[in-house]
Design a protein around this ligand. Structure first.
Ligand code: ADP
Ligand code: ZN
Ligand code: ZN
Length: 728
């Protein structure tokens, strides 16, 4: 009797057994169709066994093994099993969530691996020439026009009739089919398009050290100020990995905002196929790219956190850029940290991993201090010098527009000299809240513990957390007075104020609202590069990884609102954010200046920022963390609960805490508290913190606790575990 143990996408912490006579050890990792709850579903074989705990009479047989579909490798499964165990999440959903949706639905093209390209005749056809109702034809032609060569399987998946349409295209002579060998050899390493620059001494020392570790597990921190040329170090070692016949995985926080890195890598290695993996891709693209990585055709994978699981048979190097960024942590479902999993993956594959940042997370930096990771430092800026950072004391000033005379004066000088300036404010919209001056009423979201943000141009109030919208009331809903007005500043209000101050200036606002349309942002960047813009107003979209060579002044407004915050990571994050914003200035010939408007110019954070000594500030923060008993000196997990009433969520956590205390005295279990934002989209949320100095002990506790909590059905509260939580 042969039993296949199958992982299925249901939130149960177990595998499912099926009779499977024609499977053997080679089928581990393959997709399989199995009967499940009166339907059939797709799962993954994770083990083969001779027996089962399920009574024979209840065991069913698999329907079929999907042998044409790409199978997960043992290395893939190894990583996914680790993630499921470490984050205490069921293995089925972990695996199914880590592979492309098309694969998990078993909906892929079952033919040989062919790809298509447009023939000369096909290239002459415009999409408009096709009947407007022939939507599949139009989409396929669009795909073919967008790329030199498109995977047949991927195209066959876009619609049920896609294969027929492709046949028809072939009959008309519009497309040529190319057979692709699944293991396309990687490009020879002497064919580079963009020439490599000559590395500085610091850069080449860093690159040489990493290169020396290409065939073993070695974690590095590439700690380099903004503009110190971290990217060139990445390129240099990617080159070595390519030459050694290995694939490289590059993880970045948000790909849509940082297309520069993608272009740079593509241009340097035009013959090594690069694919991206991120949530903005549609299912077909995602599958095609995943598949290219999986069969070894793509030699470089550049992606967001979800790419941490990309299947890569020849993986030889991992790079995590801006490793401190919080978006590497998934905030629902499998709450994994892509950065941490990347380190685990590097260890499993015996390969080096490079964590790059100008402001490493304290967890990472601590690993450098304690000698677990090797620290590689880039101290010099390549082009130009460091910007000069200073504070403008706004404590005793009344700033009706939120902009101080000194900042405005500096901006005027910039304008005169034909240089660009940037005002950074971390809030979009016109004003963060509407206030009634008669009774003090504030516009609040009825579904969240948050304010409704005023969007003046659209005459709407919007919740930035749940998306709820309403018109601006004519009178105060509370007292009826007609004294409603904006309170505080957002990007739109700053923009409006600047237009009044500098009527001749060309002003561009860059935030999630103004860049919502897909092509908007690249067009804006070109305008900035071409000096068609004098003043930029924007949120952190502007802070990330862009070079603005003509920018010489950065004004930072409203940073104080991020300064006093109950979150232990608030200072660390603000420092990182301001460093990134400040790093935009003076990238080229123009010497840069950064002015921070603040009521607290002597705050240690601003003082450290002025000195631009991250290492020193990190040591201070670490000492605070050590004394306060916070990570990285302890390891934490949160049990989160949500319900329609806060009391229900809290009551659940009280019971969970009691169960936990019965289990162990080796971890600290705190009392349940409401979440920092208790109400979100109509649900009330509470949490319970558990911590220990020992990760092993915490993990052992979580395992037992999770099992106990899972064994009881709780109808009224939904709960989840968050290991190494970043949001409280
Ligand atoms: P970081 O990522 O550390 O902020 P970048 O990698 O973007 O810095 O480098 C900043 C700029 O310096 C880029 O325009 C890059 O092309 C340039 N650069 C990097 N290294 C060198 C070098 N060795 N010689 C010349 N220019 C370089
Ligand atoms: Zn009122
Ligand atoms: Zn809301």
């Amino acid at each position: 009797m042969k039993i296949a143990r199958v992982a299925i996408d249901v939130p149960l912490n177990r595998l499912f057994d099926y009779y499977a006579d024609d499977v053997d050890a080679d089928d581990i990792g393959r997709l399989v169709e199995v009967p499940f709850r009166s339907k059939t579903t797709i799962g993954v074989i994770v083990d083969i066994s001779q027996q089962s705990d399920v009574p024979r009479a209840r065991l069913k047989s698999i329907v079929r093994v999907l042998r044409d579909a790409p199978a997960l490798t043992s290395a893939d499964l190894h990583l996914m099993k680790f993630a499921a165990e470490y984050y205490h999440f069921a293995l089925g959903p972990t695996i199914m969530g880590a592979i492309p949706a098309l694969l998990r639905r078993g909906a892929f093209f079952n033919s040989e691996r062919v790809a298509f390209s447009l023939s000369a005749a096909g290239a002459a056809i415009a999409i408009e020439d096709l009947p407007s109702r022939a939507s599949v034809q139009r989409r396929l032609l669009g795909l073919l026009r967008a790329s030199d060569c498109v995977d047949g399987e991927a195209m066959g998946n876009i619609a049920p009739t896609a294969r027929l349409v492709l046949k028809e295209f072939e009959r008309r002579g519009w497309i040529n089919s190319v057979r692709r060998s699944p293991q396309a050899p990687h490009a020879p390493c002497d064919q580079r398009a963009a020439p490599a620059v000559v590395l500085t001494a610091e850069q080449s020392a860093a690159a040489a050290t990493i290169r020396g570790a290409l065939h073993r597990f070695a974690p590095f921190i590439l700690f380099g100020v903004t503009g110190s040329g971290k990217t060139e170090v990445y390129l240099n070692i990617i080159d070595s990995a390519l030459c050694a016949g290995r694939q490289t995985l590059i993880l970045v926080p948000e790909i849509a905002l940082t297309p520069q890195l993608e272009n740079t890598v593509r241009n340097r290695f035009p013959d090594a196929r690069l694919v991206t993996l991120h949530s903005a891709l549609n299912e077909t693209e995602r599958f095609a790219n995943w598949r290219a990585a999986h069969c070894g055709e793509a030699r470089i994978v550049l992606g967001t956190r979800l790419a941490a699981f990309a299947s890569m048979p020849d993986l030889g190097l991992i790079i995590v850029d801006e490793e401190h960024d919080a978006s590497f942590k998934q905030s629902d479902g499998l709450r994994y940290s892509a950065r941490d999993l990347a380190v685990v993956r590097a260890r499993q594959h015996h390969i080096p991993i490079v964590l790059g940042s100008a402001t490493p997370s304290l967890e990472t930096y601590y690993n450098a201090i304690s000698g677990r990771y090797q620290l590689l430092t880039l101290r010099q800026r390549i082009n130009g010098s460091f910007p000069h950072i200073d504070c403008i004391n706004t404590r005793d000033e009344r700033l009706p527009d939120g902009l101080s005379p000194r900042l405005l004066g500096k901006m005027a000088l910039c304008l005169e000299r034909g240089e660009q300036s940037l005002i950074f404010i971390n809030r979009r919209g016109f004003a963060p809240v509407v206030l009634c001056r008669a009774c003090g009423w504030l516009s609040g979201c009825h579904r969240c513990s948050a304010h409704l943000v005023l969007h003046q141009a659209e005459r709407r109030m919007r919740c930035h957390h749940c998306g709820h919208e309403s018109p601006i009331p004519a009178a105060c809903p509370h007292c009826g007075a007609q004294e409603l007005g904006p309170l505080g500043q957002g990007t739109q209000r700053i923009e409006a104020a600047l237009r009044e101050h500098f009527p001749g200036a060309r002003i561009l606002r860059i935030d999630r609202d103004s860049t919502r349309r897909k092509p908007a942002w690249p067009a804006m960047r070109r305008e900035i590069e071409n000096r068609a813009v004098d003043i930029l107003v924007g949120t952190q979209i502007l802070a990330k990884g862009h070079d603005f060579p003509h920018l010489s002044l950065v004004g930072i407004v409203n940073a104080d609102s991020l300064l006093y915050n109950s979150d232990v990571r608030a200072s660390e994050r603000l420092y990182a954010l301001l460093t990134q914003v400040a790093g935009r200035a003076g990238r080229a010939q123009t010497a840069g200046e950064v002015l921070i408007q603040t009521d607290f110019p002597n705050h240690p954070l601003y003082r450290a920022l002025k000195e631009q000594d991250f290492a020193e500030y990190a040591r201070t923060l670490l000492e605070e963390r050590r004394q306060g008993g916070f990570p990285p000196y302890v390891h934490q997990a949160l049990l989160r609960a949500e319900a329609t009433k806060l009391d229900t969520a809290l009551a659940y956590l009280v019971r969970a805490a009691r169960i936990g205390r019965d289990l162990s005295t080796h971890v600290t279990i705190y009392d349940p508290v409401p979440a920092a934002m208790p109400r979100l989209a109509g649900r009330e949320r509470a949490q319970l913190l558990v911590q220990s100095r020992s990760r092993t002990r915490l993990q052992a506790f979580l395992k037992g606790w999770n099992a106990r909590l899972s064994s009881k059905a709780w109808r009224r509260a939904r709960w989840s575990l968050d290991v190494d939580p970043l949001e409280f």
